[in-house]
Design a binder for this molecule. Structure first.
Ligand code: NAI
Length: 507
């Protein structure tokens, strides 16, 4: 197994901004001497003072001893110029996101560092292969992509360009692990893992919003309370900033030669054009001006509890529903599985979305009173569930289906009859993108799940989630979305198709 760099190795960090300072803190805390360089006069010294204050805070909280905090602070040193970094064994660049400027910096570095020095870039969007093209020894360059804030976020993507030597990426993987991080390996492709696979999290919500499926507050609440995501897509985009989020979407879309999988949204373009950049500008999807309350999600008011509830089969949703009804002392009967029906009440049939609209399901299955439920991460624990009602469904039947879910303790949000509701289509597309990343050799299945859990705090890795839903179900959802929209965006990854044919879980 490749060894991590010894703590005797001097680490140089270039760029003392948000990321560089965080990376310097991580390396110093791990025991390395660290030189920090920034071309803004005084920036490196200022960043070091900030890092030392962090170490002191950690010592005050008992997270490290006072001696360790002092020693870690003393391992940091500001550098004046690139020539001062000649004794570094690893250089991590975290300067402005610009290919030409990064290339020039690495060329300057090559002229001063030793033969064995590893060069790394924290770039989040520039090709490592392209940066390496300017170097005389591109094999020593790799991506070392931390997440913000670097001291807190566990994930590091170690990115290999076309020329990167295996021992260089292996050494960086071992070193990141020695620094207490969880490294994953990725081939240098647009967005690497996280910034690529996360695109549908925003894109599907934007699509549903564009089509009037529901308002932002409702969709956010469903994604949190049913999907188990820490933040809904709209509040998250507002926090990231629409300028930043839209730029990443555009850069990944362009880098994939305008693949419709990644095509940006007009809604977000509008927000950027208007200067409604999110929290930082006081307005995005939500209004952050003083005194403005966050809108509440649309929730169906309490409806009558139906008396003829039947729960069908042993699916996760049916079992959870039965448990919840029992816990709430609601009487119901249980019956053997009946196709995909989860429950019936008052003449309505409740099913989980398979990517068709409720109206199409009602037509295809000749069941006019169809009500569809969205996916939940855990039907036993979800506090909210989204539903959609077929156009053919009569009102009393719809009310019975919703009343049933309310009786089981769900807050119910009724969305317009968009296909795949919101959690299911988002998770299906996250799994689809994950499968394509694996299929295209960017990373392995374990890496994509780790990356999405640790890089963006997803409650479950997309491929593990796809296994739990059933790969055939994910495939069906994608097929139906593709049929509805007739767009290449929803094409099913060849790897998902393969797994459906052999009925094999991702591992
Ligand atoms: P920042 O703007 O906070 O800091 C960049 C620093 O680099 C500034 O202090 C600037 O003075 C300095 N700098 C610029 N050109 C320089 C040069 N030629 N030589 C020395 N210093 C130079 O930027 P931030 O956010 O820290 O990003 C830095 C890099 O990290 C970028 O490549 C970015 O894509 C990447 N990144 C950013 C993340 C984020 O959330 N902000 C997350 C992961 C990666």
């Amino acid at each position: 197994m490749t060894q991590a760099l010894s703590t005797h190795t001097l680490v140089a960090v270039i760029g003392a901004g948000a990321m560089g300072a965080g990376i310097a803190q991580v390396a110093a805390a791990a025991g390395h001497g660290v030189k920090l360089l920034d071309n803004r006069p005084g920036a490196a010294a200022q960043a070091i003072a900030g890092i030392c204050a962090q170490f002191e805070k950690m010592a005050a909280k008992g997270k490290m001893s006072a001696e360790a905090a002092k020693a870690a602070g003393e391992r940091l040193q500001a550098a004046e110029q690139v020539a001062d970094l000649a004794d570094a064994g690893l250089v991590v660049e975290a300067i402005v996101e610009n290919l030409t400027i990064k290339q020039q910096l690495f060329k300057d570095l090559e002229a001063v560092v030793s033969e064995g020095c590893i060069l790394a870039s924290n770039t989040s969007s520039i090709s490592i292969t392209a940066i390496g093209a300017a170097l005389s020894k591109p094999q020593r360059l790799a991506g070392l992509h931390f997440f913000n804030p670097a001291p807190l976020m566990a994930l590091v993507e170690v990115v290999s360009g076309l020329a990167t030597a295996l021992e260089v990426s292996d050494t960086l993987i071992a070193t990141a692990a020695a620094w207490g991080k969880t490294p994953v390996h990725a081939k240098s492709t647009p967005g690497f893992i996280v910034n690529r696979v996360a695109r549908p999290y925003y894109a599907e919500a934007l699509r549903v919003l564009t089509e009037g499926g529901a308002d932002c507050a409702t969709l956010d609440a469903v994604m949190r309370e049913a999907g188990g995501f820490r933040m809904g897509p709209f509040e998250l985009m507002d926090m990231i900033g629409h300028d930043v989020n839209f730029a990443v979407t555009n850069s990944v879309w362009r880098a994939f030669f305008n693949d419709p999988r990644f095509s940006p949204s007009l809604i977000q373009q509008d927000l950027v054009d208007a200067g409604f950049l999110g929290k930082k500008s006081g307005r995005g999807f939500y209004n952050y001006q003083d005194g403005t309350d966050k809108p509440l999600p649309a929730t169906v008011p309490a409806l009558a509890r139906p008396h003829d509830i039947v729960v069908y089969g042993q699916s996760a949703a049916a079992l959870a529903l039965a448990n919840r009804l029992q816990a709430n002392h609601v009487s119901f009967t249980q019956a053997h599985a009946l196709g995909d029906t989860v429950a019936t009440a008052g003449g309505a049939t409740l099913r989980i979305t398979d990517g068709r609209t409720a109206t199409r399901c009602a037509f295809d299955l000749q069941t006019p009173n169809t009500v569809l439920m969205d996916l939940a991460l855990d039907y036993g624990k979800a506090t909210r569930l989204a539903v959609s009602v077929a156009a053919q469904c009569d009102e009393a039947a719809a009310n019975s289906a919703i009343g049933l879910l309310q009786a089981a303790g769900f807050a119910v949000s009724q969305l317009q009859d968009i296909p795949g509701l919101i959690v299911m289509r988002t998770v299906a597309m996250l799994a689809n993108e994950s499968a394509d990343a694996v299929n295209q050799g960017v990373c392995d299945a374990a890496a994509v799940d780790t990356a999405m859990r640790l890089g963006v705090n997803y409650p479950c890795g997309p491929l593990t989630w796809a296994n739990a839903i059933g790969i055939d179900t994910v495939s069906t959802v994608l097929t139906h979305l593709a049929q509805t929209y007739g767009e290449d965006r929803y094409r099913t990854s060849p790897l998902i198709q393969h797994h459906v044919f052999v009925q094999k879980a991702f591992s």
